[in-house]
Design a binder for this molecule. Structure first.
Ligand code: KG4
Ligand code: ZN
Length: 352
């Protein structure tokens, strides 16, 4: 049984897997009553990346005030909460532990069940928030700072991985290319904006395809190609020190050309996955990079051509958030008659 439209149990979601401290109250698995996200971007900007120790300390300081605010925004109190869902994998271990400890102690003190939720599976569920449940079987695509993976979904909780990145995640490539162009961390959204003003055909960056049947992704070659274009190709021959000169193309042209190659690398794999699974009825997309303007346009074109329904989450649900955790927790818990995970459940840095 999955959550019915008439089911109104309130679930408290907690998310601390990376650098966002988030809590949310969701009714009946889909209706979001509150969605509080405290970003730590300001704490990590000077290091141009997330510093795990700083992130977990900030989670520990913020988690209870954020939970209180999520309850207040929802007009609920702790006694109204039926169960707790917490993102317990994958992610930075010290960060995950803060959320897991908070969820376990709250659930134990309230005498209510709790469940661990896979952060990646929750990203796939984000498109079902404040909406009808998607049609299954579905293809699932997660594009974020830490992940780029394709899934086959029989339901919100029955998920098989079809492929994933063999090196960098797409968001990581966006952030690193942004750094090369002098855009401060996290540069993905600013690079997206800059790209809209450039010529996507100015530079011919490589589009990774891998093997003919591969559903995996690779972005490190593209990232290096951008680095060499912007800084010039370093020569390995001491007798021929003249390296290839940096491009004269503008930053906007580099950004647009990079974005064209990165997004095409994703849609090629979607086309392949659809060929392997022609019974697919919808495409569920999640993760921070699903906020990307070109990717959104291309996904819409792909879904229209394939005649499948596209579930692109509303922007607040694209980034790390706890509403997706609470929503999926409802399905997990109702499937197992609201029995709790054991208090021995721990955090896990990798996906199952
Ligand atoms: O899902 P998310 O919040 O965190 C992870 O689980 O990784 O995704 C964050 C990533 C960052 O790499 C950020 O630069 C990227 O999503 N991002 C974007 C855009 N908005 C966020 N990348 C490209 N275009 C965007 N508009
Ligand atoms: Zn994420």
């Amino acid at each position: 049984m999955t959550a019915g439209a008439d089911s109104n149990e309130l679930i408290l979601g907690i998310e601390t897997s990376c650098d966002e401290t988030a809590a949310s109250v969701v009714a009946g698995g889909r209706r979001v009553l509150s969605n509080v996200i405290a970003s730590q971007d300001d704490l990590h900007a000077e290091y141009r990346g997330v510093v795990p120790e700083i992130a977990s300390r900030a989670h520990a300081e913020r988690i209870l005030p954020i939970v209180r605010r999520a309850l207040a925004d929802a007009g609920a109190s702790l006694s109204d909460i039926r169960a707790i869902g917490v993102g317990h994998r994958p992610g930075l271990i010290g960060c995950l532990l803060v959320g897991v400890a908070a969820a376990k102690s709250l659930a134990w003190s309230l005498g209510i069940p709790f469940t661990g939720v896979d952060h990646i599976h929750a990203h796939l569920y984000a498109g079902c928030l404040d909406a009808e449940l998607a049609k299954f079987p579905a293809l699932g695509l997660v594009v974020s700072g830490g992940h780029t993976s394709l899934f086959r979904m029989e339901s919100p909780t029955s998920i098989t991985r079809l492929g994933g990145t063999i090196d960098d995640a797409i968001g990581e490539a966006y952030d690193k290319v942004a750094t090369v162009l002098g855009i401060p961390f996290p540069g993905g959204p600013k690079l997206d904006k800059l790209a809209t003003t450039g010529n996507p055909r100015a530079l011919d960056f490589p589009i990774s395809r891998l093997g003919a049947d591969s559903l995996d992704f690779s972005f490190s070659g593209l990232k290096t190609a951008v680095l060499y274009a912007v800084r010039g190709v370093p020569s390995t021959h001491s007798k021929n020190p003249a390296a290839l000169a940096p491009t004269t193309a503008s930053s906007a042209d580099v950004a647009a050309s990079f974005q064209r190659a990165a997004v095409r690398a994703v849609t090629i794999k979607l086309e392949r996955a659809l060929n392997f699974h022609p019974d697919t009825r919808s495409l569920l997309v999640g993760g921070g990079v699903s906020a990307n303007s070109l990717l959104r346009t291309e996904l819409q074109a792909f879904a229209a051509k394939a005649r499948i329904e596209l579930r692109l989450p509303a922007l607040p649900y694209c980034l790390d958030n706890a509403a997706m955790i609470a929503g999926l927790a409802h399905h997990i818990l109702s499937q197992r008659n609201w029995t709790s995970d054991p208090l021995s459940l721990s955090a896990d840095p990798v996906s199952a």
